[in-house]
Structures are given as structure tokens and as C-alpha cells.
Write a protein that binds this ligand. Structure first.
Ligand code: ADP
Length: 177
């Protein structure tokens, strides 16, 4: 599923983010930036030790922020590491922090001359953010960003598994309507 916003493409697909050929892929990291499970573990495994070596020099990353490294052996030239909120009911600023992950990742991409970015569904794995709400927030934040910025040609959401893909398609249909 794909929509055009202000001459940029916003695309949803089911797949593995480590196999994407966008200039940057985004990692759902933790505050240490020293690796973890889920998509973080897969990115470090596929990208090789060079990414972790660079991460060690970054002194971690606060929740809602984003930091960039090279992509190691990945097709993507860069990995943008962002830290999503752990969901604990929704009353602890989780929505604002999750939106900030997407915004800050796009700002870091732009600041590094990146014109195509792939995102995973941040916080919806180990951090337990409800997928429907996370999808709505992720897509509306990226759509708002694309409406007011010209420098990104393509933003791709790479959803792991059919249920996540379906949730994002449903959210995009609702937002586009
Ligand atoms: P978080 O701690 O932010 O919740 P996780 O890595 O546990 O991060 O999960 C975030 C999302 O990434 C989940 O929806 C999970 O299904 C998805 N995911 C896991 N592996 C991959 C992958 N290789 N490509 C894309 N998405 C992935």
C-alpha cells in the first residue's frame, strides 16, 4: 500500500527491515545502544560488528531521541537508532515519546542528506505498545512531517508479519480518508 504526500512516497510493506535498499534504516534500539533482541538484534547480526563499534562511542540515547551510525554490511548506508517508550498504560507520555522517535529519526535523516528511510514498527514488540494505536501515531507523525518538509523522497514502513502489516494498512486507510 502506498500514498503520495507532497511529492514524497509513503509506503507500507511486509518484510524484514535489514534487507531494505533505502539509504537509511531505523533501529528500534534501547537506551544503551549496545544491542538487544528483536529488530535490534537482527540489525546488528546482519550489519556486523562495525555498527556496535560506532554505537559504543555514542554514550547511549534517551527515549524519544535518535542517533546515526554507518550501516556496516547492510545495503543501507546508515542506521538511525531511536529508542521507543516502554508502554505502561498510556499515561506516562508514551504517545509523545513515540511520535518524537519518528520525528527525530526523520530530522536526523535530513541532517545527513538521506532521502529514503525505512522504519520498523517502533515499541510494538518487547515494549508492548498496542499496535493499532502505535500505527496511527507512527503514520500521522510521518505524514505531518512530509507535509512540511521537501527533502525526503521516500519513507517505507517495513512490517514484520501479516498482523502488523494489516494494522498499518487499516490505520493508513483511516488517515487517508
Ligand atoms: P521494541 O523494543 O521497540 O518494542 P522490538 O524489536 O521488540 O522493539 O519490536 C519492534 C517491532 O519490530 C515489532 O513489531 C517486531 O515484530 C518488529 N520486527 C522484529 N524483527 C524485525 C525485522 N527483521 N524487520 C522488521 N521488523 C521487525
Amino acid at each position: 500500500m502506498q500514498v503520495t504526500i507532497n511529492q514524497s512516497t509513503l509506503e507500507l510493506l511486509e518484510g524484514d527491515i535489514t534487507q531494505q535498499d533505502t539509504e537509511a534504516i531505523v533501529n528500534a534500539a534501547n537506551t544503551t545502544l549496545l544491542g538487544g533482541g528483536g529488530v535490534d538484534g537482527t540489525i546488528h547480526r546482519e550489519g556486523g560488528p562495525q555498527i556496535l563499534e560506532e554505537c559504543r562511542k555514542l554514550n547511549g540515547c534517551p527515549t524519544g531521541e535518535a542517533k546515526i551510525t554507518g550501516g556496516g554490511r547492510l545495503k543501507a548506508r546508515y542506521v538511525i537508532h531511536t529508542v521507543g517508550p516502554v508502554y505502561s498504560g498510556g499515561g506516562r507520555g508514551e504517545a509523545e515519546k513515540l511520535a518524537s522517535c519518528y520525528r527525530r529519526s526523520l530530522e536526523v535523516a535530513s541532517a545527513n542528506g538521506v532521502t529514503s528511510v525505512a522504519f520498523p514498527s517502533i515499541s510494538t514488540g518487547a515494549y508492548r505498545y498496542p499496535i493499532d494505536e502505535a500505527a496511527r501515531l507512527a503514520l500521522s507523525t510521518v505524514m505531518d512531517y512530509l507535509k512540511s518538509h521537501q527533502d525526503l523522497r521516500e519513507v517505507r514502513f517495513v512490517l514484520f508479519g501479516q498482523p502488523a502489516f494489516d494494522a498499518y494498512c487499516e490505520a493508513l486507510r483511516n488517515l487517508a480518508a
